[in-house]
Design a protein around this ligand. Structure first.
Ligand SMILES: C[S@@+](CC[C@H](N)C(=O)[O-])C[C@H]1O[C@@H](n2cnc3c(N)ncnc32)[C@H](O)[C@@H]1O
Length: 210
């Protein structure tokens, strides 16, 4: 695949051979980030949780296992029809029980009510958003006061992808995203280095102040 094609598929996987290859890459490369984003959110059994840009749905799967209380609810949003259907298959049983709702939507238009979400997590995606500040602002809007947002990423592999020109023109620097979060009403915005077995990754934390 050409770098440009890889970048496009990473940001919006389509029903195609390259979309399928990218979905395999998410499974192989990103599951650890999804699992750790869920762990770092400290999800409680009756929380309302939202995963943005869920891709194939591994994070949804981990999060749903923690939402064991009667009020526990999980939302997911991804603008790729291919990823929406892949994740919907993975979460079929929980969707049929009404515990999980997935939307095929741009995050800017997600149909989630204001002040309803306790925890938000996302992995590998803020650099695909056309306007990071607008993205941070819609996240803030749906969160309850004091809600926690966690995003995980692997800066080393992100830099490798950038050097191969697969993310041309994308603003990947976590500090830019952290500034956007702060300017939209998040506090305690911080980046931590972390490790899971041999994998070194970063996590950004933010608290929604209202
Ligand atoms: C690199 S993939 C990451 C998928 C998954 N979180 C992971 O780490 O494996 C980026 C995902 O974000 C989605 N995405 C990108 N921009 C989006 C937007 N503006 N609104 C909704 N989804 C978006 C893409 O469709 C894709 O599934």
């Amino acid at each position: 695949m050409l770098p440009n094609q890889v970048g496009k598929q990473l940001g919006h996987p389509t029903y195609s051979l390259s979309g399928w290859l990218v979905s395999k890459f998410f499974k192989w490369h990103n599951q650890v980030l999804e699992e750790n984003a869920v762990k770092l959110c400290n999800i409680e059994p009756n929380n309302t949780v939202l995963e943005l840009c869920h891709g194939p749905g591994f994070g949804l799967h981990y999060a749903s296992q923690l939402l064991t209380g009667p009020e526990g609810k999980l939302f997911g949003v991804d603008h790729s029809q291919y990823m929406h259907e892949m994740a919907s298959k993975r979460m079929k049983e929980q969707i049929s029980r009404g515990k999980v709702e997935l939307y095929c939507s741009d995050l800017m238009a997600m149909p989630i009510e204001e002040n309803t979400v306790d925890k938000v997590f996302h992995c590998n995606c803020y650099y695909f958003w056309p306007d990071m500040k607008a993205g941070a602002s819609v996240i803030h809007r749906v969160m309850k006061p004091g809600g926690i947002m966690v995003t995980t990423l692997r800066l080393d592999s992100l830099k490798r992808t950038i050097s191969r020109r697969a993310l041309n023109g994308k603003i990947w620097n976590p500090e830019v995203y952290m500034d956007a979060l702060q300017s939209c009403g998040f506090t305690d915005v911080r980046l931590e280095d972390n490790r899971d077995k041999l994998i070194h990754f970063q996590a950004i934390f933010a608290t929604a102040r209202k």
